[in-house]
Design a protein around this ligand. Structure first.
Ligand code: ZN
Length: 319
């Protein structure tokens, strides 16, 4: 189990042991923290035939769960772009049946924020009438998108973000050299940082941000920078953090930089001054909002990105 899950896992086990565990649970926290693994571990523990608060790993139930074929465990939301009413009706039907192995039934709804409104309302009915020994575990990294009435019926378990030192130590144990900057661009998530570093994306970030900061001196690079960002709009987060560092530098705020390894670049951009930086930052936030998945990606996304980069370049050229 990931070390940062232990502070949640232990009280969860205690709740099972002392029979304080709710019938409806919500495991929430940022993406990339292993919430799904935690939900699976809890489900396995609840269904285990030997103990009830930690999976033994050897009983028939544990074997079936590990093989993904336990008939009393139902998982929804692992794939697809949304969770519809049919999936929830099916879940409710299965949950109302009696347990085959006599250790209750468990349903897990992963990425629960993807439930449609109709699906969430159907689930609400199921939660209102808990069927026997059934436990429902919702997992979400965007709980603010869930119906408030749904949340209020669930016992909430927050998976906290590990502190920087622990996250870096864990990454080191996995055999990767991680910088605090690499962790920053992954919102502090150790798992996402591991994937990011293993894919060699950190080098891409360093070269893209160097080219971006140098746009005033080498205007010919504009298209290359644009192509790099357009390919992965999520990389605009890098640009956003760089601008925030530049703004902080321009304002003379003495706090650690988010991207300490790009100090030179943010210092260069900081010369634009707080006013210009603030405007560029607001425009970037708006651009990111437009490019977010699920926002109905506008046809002119490329154009908007190009306009923003052009504006940055002009500002840099005339500073
Ligand atoms: Zn077992």
């Amino acid at each position: 189990m990931y070390p940062w899950l232990i502070p949640v896992w232990q009280p969860l086990q205690r709740a099972v042991r002392e029979q304080h565990l709710g019938h409806g649970l919500l495991i929430k926290g940022m993406a990339g923290l292993g919430k799904r693994e935690l939900a699976e571990k809890l489900a396995t523990a609840l269904l285990c035939q030997h103990t009830s608060n930690a999976p033994c790993g050897i009983c028939h139930a544990c074997e079936l769960t590990a093989a993904g074929s336990h008939s009393d465990l139902h998982i929804v939301g692992r794939e697809g772009r949304s969770i519809g009413i049919d999936a929830i009706r099916e879940l409710s039907r299965i949950m109302s049946e009696s347990a085959r192995l006599g250790h209750g039934k468990v349903a897990v709804i992963e990425r629960a924020e993807l439930m449609t409104e109709a699906a969430a309302n159907a689930l609400l009915k199921t939660l209102e009438e808990p069927a026997g020994e059934a436990t429902l575990i919702l997992v979400s990294s965007r709980p603010e998108r869930l119906l408030p009435t749904l949340i209020s019926r669930c016992q909430q378990w927050l998976v906290p973000l590990p502190d920087t030192q622990s996250a870096l130590a864990w990454l080191n144990e996995q055999g990767v050299q991680a910088s605090p900057s690499a962790l920053s661009v992954n919102q502090g998530s150790p798992l996402q940082t591991l994937e990011y570093l293993s894919a060699g994306t950190d080098d891409k970030r360093l070269s893209l941000l160097a080219e971006l900061a140098g746009l005033g001196k080498q205007p010919g690079r504009l298209q290359k920078v644009q192509a790099g960002l357009q390919e992965q709009p999520v990389h605009l987060v890098w640009v956003q953090l760089l601008l925030q560092d530049a703004l902080q530098t321009a304002l003379g705020v003495r706090a650690p930089l988010k991207l300490a390894d790009c100090r030179q670049h943010s210092a260069l951009i900081a010369q634009l001054g707080p006013m210009q930086l603030h405007e560029l930052h607001s425009a970037l936030l708006e651009l990111r909002r437009c490019l977010q998945p699920g926002q109905g990606r506008p046809v002119n996304a490329g154009l908007q990105l190009s306009q923003w980069l052009h504006r940055l370049q002009q500002t840099l050229l005339h500073s």
